[in-house]
Structure formats: structure tokens, C-alpha cells
Design a binder for this molecule. Sequence first.
Ligand SMILES: Cc1cc2nc3c(=O)[nH]c(=O)nc-3n(C[C@H](O)[C@H](O)[C@H](O)COP(=O)(O)OP(=O)(O)OC[C@H]3O[C@@H](n4cnc5c(N)ncnc54)[C@H](O)[C@@H]3O)c2cc1C
Ligand SMILES: *[C@@H]1O[C@H](CO)[C@@H](O)[C@H](O)[C@H]1NC(C)=O
Ligand SMILES: *[C@@H]1O[C@H](CO)[C@@H](O)[C@H](O)[C@H]1NC(C)=O
Length: 518
Amino acid sequence: MMSVAFLGIGWFLADYIRGQGKQVDTGSTMPLSQAIPPQHDTSPTNLQAAWADFKAVVGEENISTTDDDLTSHAGSEWSSYPSLPGDRPFAVIKPGSTEDVSKIMKICHKRRIPVTAYSGGTSLEGHFAATRGGICIDFSRMDKIFKLNKEDLDVVVQPAVGWESLNEELAEQQLFFPPDPGPGAMIGGMIGTGCSGTNAYRYGTMKDWVLSLTVVMADGTVVKTKQRPRKSSAGYDLTRTFIGSEGTLGLVTEAVLKVTPLPQNTRVAVCTFPTIRTAADCVFSVVGAGVPIAAIEILDDVQMRCINDSGTTRRSWQEVPTLFFKFSGTPTAVKEHISMVQGLAKRSGSKTFEFAKNKEEGDELWSARKEALWSVMAKKRDASDHVWTTDVAVPISRLADIIGETKDDISKSGLVGSIVGHVGDGNFHAIILYNDAEHDVADRVVHRMVKRAIEMEGTATGEHGVGIVKRDYLPHEIGQEAVDLMRKMKQAFDPLCLLNCDKIVRVQQPKPGEVQEW
Ligand SMILES: Cc1cc2nc3c(=O)[nH]c(=O)nc-3n(C[C@H](O)[C@H](O)[C@H](O)COP(=O)(O)OP(=O)(O)OC[C@H]3O[C@@H](n4cnc5c(N)ncnc54)[C@H](O)[C@@H]3O)c2cc1C
Ligand SMILES: *[C@@H]1O[C@H](CO)[C@@H](O)[C@H](O)[C@H]1NC(C)=O
Ligand SMILES: *[C@@H]1O[C@H](CO)[C@@H](O)[C@H](O)[C@H]1NC(C)=O
């Protein structure tokens, strides 16, 4: 009897293991052909029931279903992705804590409701388009700076703290947080896109300024990636896995950020050039000479005209290719760096080299650069015009070539488009004006710019991220296998594809004609 029973159990076990074997996906990567299309439930009955569940967590006053809110939480005027009418969440939910977010995700997980995350809403590539409907989690209530550990040079914050207000607070302690993306951007979204900005040349990108994250996973599990040490070899780098993941792997509800002493003695200079190529050549020689300047920005003649015409600065500008330089350090160091750069600029053919008179003028100049996009938007001929901001980066030795070729290409296309960028890192943007009839022309210009960058061993995006618009460039840039590995990661973190589904990697085959020919 005993042996028969054992035999039975043995068979059962073997069967069970064999059965499991069939279920387990044994591949290291996940090609698109093997991806299981997401099975969401966005039926009215399910959403209605979910609404009551959400209400129990955050209260009716922290759920919005107004038309304006739904639209503004699914796209923006400055995004290069034209939101489709159906790309809207059914509700915008505003949690107040990590626990709230966890409870919301448990509801969404149980009910299979897709989710998009929203912080400052300044991202540019269709990052928070609600392609699957569902809900948008708006972090605006989670806007506290929890604790500044001054001796340790770190600060604990919630996701809706803006980089500008954070720096206002830090300045009181002579401290500074360098990543500086678009005005209005917030820590949650900055982690989402792995952003940079004008300070990245000197200080590095968002990836270099985050020590640890608290993240809510797709099923509501709360994970903390690390404590607060400056360095750690403790296992996989979960912190960096979430940085730049665009809300597809988890929701950031708290972050520990590094801070650094506020730079003293900052000076800003403006240097004009006869052509965009000579300006880009100057960048190459300054970077090559290793002058430790704080930032170098390029702005072409079109961009300078837009800034001049926008009248946002008191100064009037020559409408020619221009480099903005920022110097910082001890007074002697700044003096030395300035004279080195002046020499190199002259050799590259610069026409003028002028300094901002004082701190106010320097700040104004820098904000004119930061608001370059708004000054191009001000050039819209009528309400049907759009702007397309696109971003690539190349190894610095190829910068002059790609900027020169792209500028020529924009001119030939007949569209108005400016070139502007954080060129010290080989990173630049084109900001293109177009209307619906010109959409395909703009699309081709962007496509050729990205292709050029990838063929020069560069990247489809230096800082803005992939969103929806840049997805199909990834296989060309890093290879199909690497993209399939990313899809496998996505699947491991979020098997139901609840979190910002369709961003970064596709989970379903594209429609015919959707992917541009390479
Ligand atoms: C005028 C202008 C200038 C800009 N200049 C720069 C620049 O110099 N450098 C640069 O890098 N970018 C720049 N940008 C782009 C933009 O500012 C950055 O991408 C920024 O990091 C986005 O932050 P946000 O808070 O607005 O994010 P959002 O747009 O709210 O979100 C960005 C992404 O992160 C996700 N997300 C948001 N919150 C969370 C969270 N709590 N947890 C997980 N995921 C989340 C979203 O779903 C989305 O995928 C500019 C934009 C504008 C409009
Ligand atoms: C909704 O948000 C407001 C503002 O933050 C807050 O005071 C209130 O307590 C929230 N409601 C609930 C039920 O959490
Ligand atoms: C810049 O704008 C000012 C004010 O509108 C204008 O007077 C000036 O001529 C412009 N500069 C150039 C070089 O066109």
C-alpha cells in the first residue's frame, strides 16, 4: 500500500514539474513575437467599481474626471506625439503617500487597470499618453522635502518636488542640485526620463544624483532600493534600473538625492560665430582641451532670432550662431578658464566674446536658453501649428558634422526649425514648427536626424527619453537582442503590462506602415 502511495506521489510530482516546464519561459530575452498582448479590463463596470475603491483610498476630492484634467494628463502642446482622441485616462487620481500609491496599485492589479504616472508633465515624446486608457496617477500632493542631511550632502524628497523649488530651498544652505531639465519638471518625472540639462557637462545626469528610491511595483509591493551610503556594491543596481524607465517598471514615491555645494563666482559669456559648424568646432576644441567649464550651450541663428523676438530678455541679440558658456570656481580659476576658452574660440573663428554684466543678466541669459522651446512656440503662425522637439547625442568628434548636416536638411525641408543643445556632451536638439499638412515632412527630418546620429555611433535620445516616438529606433541603436532583453525586464517587473504600457518597448506588433523604413 505504502509503496503504491509513494509511486502515486512520485508520478504526481513528475507530472507537476513537467507541467511547470511547459509554462516557464526559458529564454533569456523576449522577442516581440513571443510577447503576450496585455489583458486589461477597462470595461465601464470594472472602472465604475474601481472608482469606488479609489475613493475609499484617496477620497472623492482627490479623484478628477473633468474633461480638462483628463486631456492635460494625457498629452501636451509641446509633446512631439500627437495624442489620439482615445488616449485618455478615465480618471486622474492624486495619492498623498506611498501607502496610498500601493493601495491604488493593488486595486489596479486586481482589476487589471492600466496606469500612467504624471509629475510635471513636461516630457516630450508622448511619455504619459494614456494609450490604454485606465487611470493617471498625478503625484502633485506628494511635494514635500522630507529631510535635508546637510552633513551627508543628501536630501530626501517626494516625487512632486520641482528642481527649481528644491534649489531655492537648498540655496539657503549654500547647497545645489544640478540636474536642470524643463521649467516645471519634478523629481518623479526626472527620474522617469533620466533627465539632464545644461549642468550635465560638469555634473553628470540624473543617473549620477540619485542615491536611493522607494518604488511601488505593479502589484502594489513597496521596494526600497538602498539606504543612504554614497557607494554600494550590494547586488544589482535597482536604483539605476528605475532611472530612465519612464514609469514602466515601478512608481517612484520617494527619493534620496545627492546635493553639492552651490558654485561660487559664476560667470556667463556669449560668443558668436560665422557658421554653426565653426561654433560646433569650437565646442570640440574646448572639450578636447579639458577646460573644466560649467556648461556650453549652442544656439543657431534661428534660435537666436526666436529668443530675440520673444523679448523675454532685456538684451538684444545678434541673430547668428552662438555659444553660451558658464564658468564657475574660485576667482582665479574662472579667470584662467575664461582666457583659455577665449583663445580657443578665436582660433575657431569666433566674432565676438561678451560677458553678462552681472548675476541677473547671467541668470536671464540662462533662462532664455532654458525657455528656447517657448520662444519657438511663440513663432506659431496660427493655432494649427505644432512644435516637434527632438534630441540626439553623438560622440563629440562627430558633433560638427551632424549639426551641419541637420541644419542643411532643415533648410532644404522648407520648415522653420532651430538647433539648440547641451553640446559639451555631444547632445543637441532640433525644434521644428509644422502644421498638420507638414507633419510628414517634419517626421522625415526627425527620422534622418536620428538615423544620422545612430550611424555616427550615437543615440536616438541623449536626454528626453524614448516614450512612444523613439521606440522603433532602439533596435537600430542597440540591436534587437538588447531590446528583447528590455522587454523581458518589463515582463518580469510588470507581467500584466499595467505600468505605462506601450512606452520604451512595444508589447504588440506595430500596425502596417506604423514603423518608418530605416
Ligand atoms: C521647455 C522645456 C525644456 C526642456 N529641457 C530639457 C533639458 O534640458 N533636459 C532634459 O533632460 N529634458 C528637458 N525637457 C524635458 C522634460 O523637462 C524632462 O523630460 C523632465 O525630466 C520631465 O519631468 P516631468 O516631471 O515633467 O515628468 P513627466 O512628464 O510628468 O513624466 C515623465 C515620465 O516619467 C514618468 N513618471 C512621472 N512621475 C513618475 C513617478 N513618480 N514614478 C515613476 N515614473 C514617473 C511618466 O509616466 C513619464 O513617462 C524639457 C522640456 C521642456 C518643455
Ligand atoms: C485629499 O487631498 C487633500 C489635499 O491634500 C487632503 O487634505 C485630504 O485629506 C485628501 N483626502 C483624503 C480622503 O485623503
Ligand atoms: C533684436 O530685437 C530687438 C528688439 O525687438 C531689435 O531692435 C533688434 O534689431 C533685434 N536684433 C537683430 C540683430 O535683429
